[in-house]
Design a protein. Structure first.
Length: 418
């Protein structure tokens, strides 16, 4: 930079004394720009997205490094902004890679440079990757987004991996133990007994952050996961017996209660009688609804969470809440809902209008389906298959819920004759 200013001063000064010489100097060819050692390139995928990768030479060999970042077709302003963010992140990675290559040439270590990367940027890249992998908003991507909001609240946006220590992790645990649940708006959250995060919510956030830090170790950003040094006693424990669900009488009450958004009402009740998650309900298109060889209505779909293909037979109750198909195409969504957060906001007011004080989100529909089937005597192995569980232990959680409620009901008889 200093050399450039000196040259500029020399040229201007010399031109004042000798215009001819200045003219001759200006006609000289400009020096060619130095080639970038690393280029950002793109590979078009079968789904129309473009995978971003780095193209460079190292030790005389051409290298390709795919960044797991993707550009999407720009249909909406949100798509355009997302692509701009991905390009900015890719260029940041490129800049860091250039420094890495330069330093490695002089025998320097790159660990300190990698640790200057921001934790929030890394988590955002994972969230975007999960969203694009599913083709739509999915549960894991939403968890990452909410985790990012809490981390910003806890330590700001500039936290680097170098600052993510055992003390940082313990402090975040303390933050989760004391922060309020901002998912529920004022006036609705007051209906419930506590405004703090539940143990399962805290468990989910810590598990997600722990997984991301393990990935950072594999990516060479961290030497070890600092959460490994946090004692198990400090970490939140997963509660297996507090899954909320609705009774059949409460479901009947909801059927009678009007909802300001009928699509939300129908979709939730459809979930109660089919057991489908929000991500699977919103992704359903009319061509997925088919008739099997026995004349039964089935849905052939792929679970967004697990990626497993499923054939789900629909009960007569579930079919009642399908909307009118007239005027639709095979690829139209059956339940065109917005994201899970807005849908849950509508659910809350509808639930309260029905006189139900339970803390109900869309996923409670899936819990309701499981507990209703088990309560009606359907074998747990069958319920597990209907829900698409890969491990029957997951289904056993619902059986424990029913057993606990039976014990609680019987215990209420104690002391009646004293």
């Amino acid at each position: 930079m200093l050399f450039s200013f000196v040259m500029l001063f020399f040229i201007v000064t010399f031109a004042a004394g000798n215009n001819k010489n200045f003219s001759e100097m200006s006609n000289k060819k400009k020096q060619p720009k130095a080639k970038e050692p690393i280029k950002v390139r793109f590979k078009t995928l079968s789904n129309g997205n473009k995978s971003i990768y780095l193209d460079y030479y190292s030790n005389g060999k051409r290298q390709y490094e795919f960044l797991k970042l993707y550009l999407v077709p720009e249909i909406t302003p949100i798509d355009k902004q997302q692509n701009a963010d991905m390009l900015a992140l890719a260029n940041s990675v490129k800049s860091a890679k250039i420094v890495e290559l330069q330093n490695s040439g002089y025998g320097f270590k790159f660990s300190n440079i990698k640790q200057k990367a921001r934790l929030i940027d890394y988590l955002q890249a994972i969230a975007t990757e999960k969203q694009q992998a599913a083709g739509t908003v999915r549960g894991q991507q939403q968890v990452y987004n909410i985790l990012i909001k809490h981390l910003k609240q806890y330590s700001g946006e500039q936290t680097t991996f170098k600052q993510v220590t055992k003390e940082y992790c313990s402090g975040f645990l303390e933050y989760l133990n004391t922060t309020s649940n901002r998912v529920y708006k004022k006036g609705v959250s007051e209906t419930f007994t506590s405004g703090l995060l539940s143990e399962n919510t805290k468990y989910t956030y810590i598990k997600t952050l722990n997984v991301a830090l393990n990935r950072a170790v594999r990516d060479g950003i961290l030497q070890s996961n600092p959460f490994a040094m946090v004692s198990p006693q400090e970490r939140p424990k997963r509660q297996l017996d507090n899954r909320e669900y609705l009774t059949i009488d409460e479901v009947r009450q909801l059927v009678k209660t009007p909802c300001r958004k009928p699509t939300v009402k129908n979709a939730f009740l459809f979930s109660c009688f089919s057991g489908l998650r929000f991500s699977d309900v919103t992704a359903l298109t009319w061509d997925r609804l088919q008739t099997d060889n026995e004349g039964k209505q089935v849905i052939r779909y792929t679970q967004k969470k697990t990626g497993k293909p499923e054939n789900l037979q629909l009960s007569g109750e579930a079919l009642k809440f399908l909307p009118d198909r007239e005027g639709t195409t095979a690829k139209d969504r059956i339940f065109p809902l917005s994201n899970n957060g807005y849908t849950n906001e509508t659910l809350k007011s509808w639930i309260l209008a029905a006189g139900i004080t339970k803390r109900v989100t869309f996923h409670v529909g899936r819990h309701t389906n499981a507990t209703l089937l088990l309560s009606l005597g359907v074998p747990i192995e069958t319920v597990s298959k209907l829900l698409g569980h890969s491990d029957i232990q997951t289904t056993q959680i619902y059986a424990k819920v029913i057993d606990k409620n039976k014990r609680d009901a019987v215990s209420k008889l104690d002391g009646l004759t004293d």
